[in-house]
Design a protein around this ligand. Structure first.
Ligand code: GSH
Ligand code: FE2
Length: 370
């Protein structure tokens, strides 16, 4: 039995539909938002009940239709636990099994293109997302990518599958549809007969342009592609401000941070983060200052050490007040500093935010209970 392979020409993305021939329960991998009608038609045409939408990672080049498929087709959403897709009903871990009718896929954690990236094995097929492409692989220069991790995932995880396994990639930019583990082992120019160091050198010299839709796609995909109107969860906003580089919406701050264009500094105290929730991967540098208090030398030293030259600094506090003070101070220190609007929780007392508040946590951006 073969998977149904569907192609989105705008982003060269492959979407896959797998199903149980007897029960008609189905699962879709990496659906694309502007192909929603096509995918609903495929489900109708084959008489399928969509049990799951599954992501291989949080995509940077297109927006998923997972949230819409959940709404229209009643599917449950699943995504890799390490991708920060907080709206997914099931957060997948390595080795998990996702059943649909009498069939199932098995989850393999294959980090490298992004830290959370996963591949899925179904019968004699593997869906590799952007971990392994046909005679290529996903880039590793943004979204917590790592060439070292990718080399390991390809050679030590995917290449351990049987040679006859069919490889179904997340993209192909040259019209190829599938490959096999044997063909990639012997013919993939990035890994065949290459050492880890040679692979890293290749990946570091790719110099690919950033995906055109990245700033829009990453924040939208962190909420299963459910986009909201201005002020909503996925709103992208940058406003000028006096005394620092600007105010940014939580979604835009998150996109910059995930693209590694910015360092995210959480200026709340340890106690606040433990009590309310923390943002994994954010640098914690508490802003402790009140009228009459001398300048906070430890803040200055820590923030300067945290932000490499050429990167933006985005600052998060509880409600968006301390982060403004910290942004002003960081600007005096020579940094390009932005305040994240509404903070982690949103500001219940600010008229401008009333009925439209949320903050980082409520907008479904990555966070964990303390
Ligand atoms: N030109 C494309 C760029 C696509 C891109 O960067 N794709 C990522 C996957 S999300 C990649 O890893 N590409 C590998 C490659 O192009 O070799 C766009 O603007 O969307
Ligand atoms: Fe990707």
């Amino acid at each position: 039995m073969q998977p149904i392979q569907l192609f989105d020409p705008a982003s060269s993305t492959y979407t896959y539909v797998l199903f149980d021939e007897a029960t008609r329960d189905a699962l879709i991998i990496d659906p694309v938002d502007n192909q929603l009608e096509r995918d609903l038609n495929v489900l109708r045409q084959y008489g399928l009940k969509l049990a799951w939408t599954v992501e291989t990672h949080a995509h940077a080049d297109h927006i998923t239709s997972a949230g819409q498929l959940a709404e229209h087709a009643g599917a449950k959403t699943a995504a890799p636990a390490g991708c920060g897709i907080t709206t997914a009903a099931v957060q997948l871990a390595d080795g998990d099994v996702l059943p649909f009718g009498g069939e199932h896929i098995k989850v393999l954690h294959t980090p490298g293109h992004t830290a959370g990236s996963m591949s899925f094995v179904w019968r004699t097929h593997v869906f590799t997302g952007d971990t392994l492409l046909i005679h290529g692989c996903g880039r590793t220069d943004f979204q917590s990518g790592s060439a070292e991790a990718l080399y390991h995932s390809i050679t030590q995880v995917l290449f351990k599958l049987p040679d006859t396994t069919t490889v179904w990639p997340g993209h192909d930019y040259q019209g190829r549809t599938h490959s096999s583990i044997a063909a990639e082992k012997s013919g993939n120019p990035r890994v065949a007969d290459k050492t880890e160091q040679e692979f890293i050198t290749i990946m570091e010299s790719l110099n690919l342009p950033k995906p055109q839709r990245m700033d829009e796609a990453v924040p939208a995909n962190l909420t299963s592609g459910v986009r909201h109107d201005a002020g909503g969860a996925g709103a992208i906003e940058l406003r000028a401000a006096a005394g620092y580089a600007g105010d940014v919406s939580p979604a835009l701050a998150c996109a910059w941070w995930q693209a590694r264009d910015a360092v995210l500094v959480d200026v709340r105290t340890d106690a606040e983060r433990e009590w309310v929730g923390f943002v994994p991967g954010a640098v914690a540098i508490a802003w402790k200052q009140w009228p009459g208090m001398a300048l906070n030398a430890s803040f200055d030293a820590s923030v300067q050490a945290a932000v490499p030259a050429g990167k933006k600094l985005v600052l998060l506090c509880r409600s968006g007040v301390r982060s403004v003070a910290a942004a002003k101070r960081a600007t005096e220190l020579g940094l390009e500093a932005y305040n994240i609007l509404e903070g982690f929780e949103g500001d219940p007392d600010t008229e401008a935010h009333r009925g439209n508040r949320g903050g980082w946590r409520m907008r479904g951006l990555p966070w964990r209970q303390g």
